[in-house]
Write a protein that binds this ligand. Sequence first.
Ligand code: GRF
Length: 264
Amino acid sequence: MKNKIRIGALISGSGTNLKAIIDSCKSGKIDGKVVFVGSDNPNAKGLERSKKQKIPTFIVNYTSIIQNFNKNPKKIKIPDDFDLDDVLLKQSLFPFDFEAKKIKAFMITRAAAEAKLLEEMKDYPFDLLVLAGFMRNLTPYFIDRVNPEPENPKIMNIHPALLPAFPGVDGYGDTFRYGCKVGGCTVHFVDYGEDSGPIIGQKTFQINKDDTLETVKQKGLQLEWKLYPESIQLFAKKCLRIEKMTYIQPNNKITKRAVVKIVD
Ligand code: GRF
């Protein structure tokens, strides 16, 4: 394990990105080792892959936590250290004028699930947490506990579009339906918004007149399997540095943004 980073992974589905990461660790393209795989979905195919590789796995069933809350909100186990006001102030998953009751229910149910994730993850110390097709938004409750120093982010995500275009659950579909002539994928650090964190790397592909949604997805995934291991290796080599950029928008609003600088 000398000079190897410990990588934790969260998945929801087939786990082909996870496979690319595990293979890259084995071949030496990543100086790292996957130390656990967690999922919100008991049927995630990627869990089987992980078990075959003798990587510890666990499941936190988000769907049942949310269903139970909807049946009886009073019965939910809110973590003792959960501060709703703090989470509401920090989050940028929802606009401020979004229905308060819905945001509150979202944050409470997700924090209840996230407390279980944290509990499971306690057994496996890690340097980097990768979201590899994990289809759940993380709240500030979880992010702050995994990532107490925002200037040293340690949660990465892969997104199937060229961010900041097309955040959300269907990046390739949105790219294709919009009629884009170029598509792509993005690896970024996770912040309090949806697919809004500092960008680490991107790859692009052409969309031609004969392409279908299926071929677009295939082209994108092929690139994801290269981009994610490359980005993780940059992290392992300590080549990723966060810098603050300040700029004035056309409406004279001063904006501060964290960006990733790649250093040698
Ligand atoms: C990928 O397209 C990834 O970008 C997105 O979800 C998909 C996961 O695929 N977040 P897999 O589970 O890695 O095969």
